[in-house]
Design a protein around this ligand. Structure first.
Ligand SMILES: Cc1ncc(COP(=O)(O)O)c(C=O)c1O
Length: 432
């Protein structure tokens, strides 16, 4: 009892008057204990359930996220999931230990908003060798993943109501980042050659920017042809448009060498290149990077500093060692073989059990492909039923802004082993 009294006194609920004892502080507003300020548990400050939704920024309303009708569990065909059980955790944890055991003053203090210099050097070297990106370490900004890079790009490059081309169908995360910045989305169709640049010019020739996945279009898997790349770069140079290139999974190409980046072909410094370690390492690492035109470095530095300052120095240092000691290149090589095996198993299982029902497209690279459904079949309904039987199958229609041109399932195989693939397709057969 006396400790409760002492606590209330320490928190300033009581005032004491010489000679007349202690009473409740008079400056506490009389209506502070009205029911609308007290929730079920009786604590102060919450709203009653009957109250109408409170006003928040309309930007959130703008995001129009499609209803999640498919499963996001870590089950067969879950998208964007690498083979986590094949990640070299022993090497990784050894490097985490080493880096945490001997921290310097610098490694524990505030870091550089552009990122840890040795990591930026390692990324620049890697991108030059593997993705034909032309850059210096000073142009690299380390992020917490592609999503942050997209958000920073939208904030730095766009004003409210400016128009941006987005691929149709395309990546929901990019659309959300652009909408949060108040951009107007201009869906531009994707065909067998990638984004239809001429259609974009017809629709919105003076758009401010374009978001694009040229090496492996998300979700259709198309590789943008050289002609289309040249057309897009020419449009950007002439109109002063920005090209936001999202190169999210192009390390995994199964026939031939990876496709060089669009950034490497750009002579007018119009491309903002975005990459991530989420697919080649693991998503929870939350590390990615951007390659910026030199004249934009300061603006992006300022925006990153104002957002969340910088990424974890410890994990940036561990990532640097992981690259420098050769583990990164080795892991990618091993995963390329594994994903090829999984992709082949999924294509074969579909041919064996569901030929005539599912038609595979865009399976030359990455960790997912699209399986088109027969005309008239609703991919949303199939995805919903699949979720009920423990399968994650994202409906292709959820990637469209306009009424969808095609129905299909976007099937991830990176995090699904061969046995789960075979079982998964047998289950899927029962519901399509
Ligand atoms: C096309 C595309 N871009 C970006 C991302 C986001 O990756 P990150 O985890 O780096 O934010 C994803 C993730 O799934 C993706 O599919």
């Amino acid at each position: 009892m006396s400790s409760a009294y002492e606590q209330l006194r320490a928190e300033g609920y009581f005032e004491t008057f010489a000679g007349s004892g202690t009473c409740v502080v008079r400056s506490i507003p009389a209506d502070a204990l009205r029911p609308e300020f007290v929730n079920v548990q009786g604590t102060l400050g919450s709203i009653s359930k009957s109250q109408a939704p409170r006003r928040i920024s309309p930007r959130v309303e703008l995001m129009r996220v499609p209803a999640q009708t498919w499963s996001n569990k870590l089950v067969a065909f879950r998208m964007n999931l690498p083979a986590l059980e094949h990640f070299p955790t022993e090497v990784w944890s050894k490097l985490v230990n080493l880096n945490s055991r001997r921290p310097t003053r610098q490694s524990l203090a505030y870091g550089d908003a552009m990122g840890y210099v040795p990591l930026r050097e390692a990324i620049a070297e890697y991108l030059g060798a593997v993705r034909a990106v032309r850059c210096e370490p000073s142009q690299i900004l380390v992020t917490t993943g592609s999503q942050q890079a997209l958000q920073l790009s939208a904030q730095v490059l766009l004003d409210a109501n400016e128009r941006v081309w987005v691929e149709e169908p395309g990546y929901l995360g990019a659309r959300q980042a652009l909408l949060m910045a108040g951009a107007q989305l201009m869906p531009v169709p994707v065909d067998d050659e990638g984004l239809d640049v001429a259609a974009g010019i017809r629709r919105a020739g003076s758009a401010r920017a374009v978001y694009i996945t040229p090496s492996h279009q998300y979700p259709l898997g198309v590789t943008m042809t050289a002609t289309r790349r040249m057309l897009l770069l020419r449009w950007a140079a002439r109109k002063g448009g920005w090209i936001i290139e999202d190169d999210y999974d192009s390390e995994y190409r199964f026939g031939g060498r990876p496709i060089p980046s669009l950034q490497g072909l750009d002579t007018s410094e119009r491309v903002i290149y975005i990459g991530t370690f989420s697919k080649v390492m693991f998503p929870a690492l939350r590390l990615g990077y951007m390659v910026l035109p030199k004249d934009l470095v300061h603006a992006f530095y300022t925006a990153r500093d104002a957002t969340d300052q910088f990424s974890s120095t410890l994990y940036q240092a561990v990532m640097t060692d992981f690259i420098r000691e050769g583990h990164f290149a080795r892991h990618i090589r091993r995963m390329r073989i594994l994903y090829l095996e999984r992709r082949t198993a999924l294509v074969e299982a579909i041919q064996q059990h569901m030929s005539g029902k599912l038609v595979v497209i865009g399976a030359e690279a990455g960790m997912h492909f699209v399986a088109l459904l027969p005309p008239g079949v609703s991919d949303v309904k199939v995805a919903k039923r699949a979720a009920e039987i423990g399968i994650s199958a994202m409906p292709l229609s959820s990637c469209y802004l306009k009424p969808p041109a095609r129905a299909g399932l976007v099937l991830g195989y990176g995090g699904t082993d061969v046995q789960q693939i075979q079982e998964g397709i047998r289950k899927l057969k029962t519901i399509v």
